[in-house]
Design a protein around this ligand. Sequence first.
Ligand SMILES: [Zn+2]
Ligand SMILES: [Zn+2]
Length: 302
Amino acid sequence: MRVRVLGSAAGGGFPQWNCNCANCRGLRAGAIRAKPRSQCSIAVTGDASRESSKWMLLNASPDLRAQISSFPELLPKDGARGSSIASVLLTDAELDHVAGLLSLREAQPLELHCTRRVFEWLFEANPVFGALIEASRFRWRPMENRQSIERDEAGLQVEAIFVGGKVPTYVKTPVDDPSGATVAYKIHDRDASIVYVPAIKRISEELVSVAGECDCILFDGSFWSDDEMARRGVGTRTSLAMGHVPIDGPDGSLARLSHLRARKVYTHVNNTNPILDEDSPERRAVERAGWEVAEDGMDIVL
Ligand SMILES: [Zn+2]
Ligand SMILES: [Zn+2]
């Protein structure tokens, strides 16, 4: 299996266009050791050796057009039109995970996997995204909890695991049961498996056990601490209110997942997060606990 990290930052990217936090300012000025990052997405294929291999895209960020251009494997190979991207999977309906779908609107039929809940919010309630379905750009395949589907053209099997997340702020109707708002994806081929979790509010025992079976986890590294936005002087919303379990703290991902034998990679890193500064104590702490921090263009071959 080959995983290409197309983007590794949370919404806004790094540096964020309107942000002057210590990280964004430091990166622009060259005052800190850090790398710019585009918004979070990965491409996965089960057969890295065949040139004709097809890819699955997990989430479609607003930076998707540039991300496709930066990775030759996703460019048209033969014929007048075409793409190696065969399907798109959505973990949720957050704008920074779906806005790139609009960049895939030129006639190229794609399979689209997401939960019924995400489909309702994104495509049924919104005429702009709905037009993508009406024009048959995407064929929707509903994902159920713990149900496996085959993506033969990419040589992969995919299973959705419903996890605790947040309802997108643009959803104005009351939601009694938010299940299906956010999912993790377990992806495997004959040889290896990964779990992709760019957004999660609570780490359940079920998720720990799924991650324990995998060779690699790509996990929500949005925020170091719950009060990071306030600490950085750029806002008041907490990490949990934005649907992300922080890295640090007794219920944080560092405490809950560092024991796993899997290769562990933080992704979806917010521009305020001190782990982006390669010389920070927080970066050293995650590395000491066995974690890597994803970068754009990172290749994970399993
Ligand atoms: Zn996001
Ligand atoms: Zn910033």
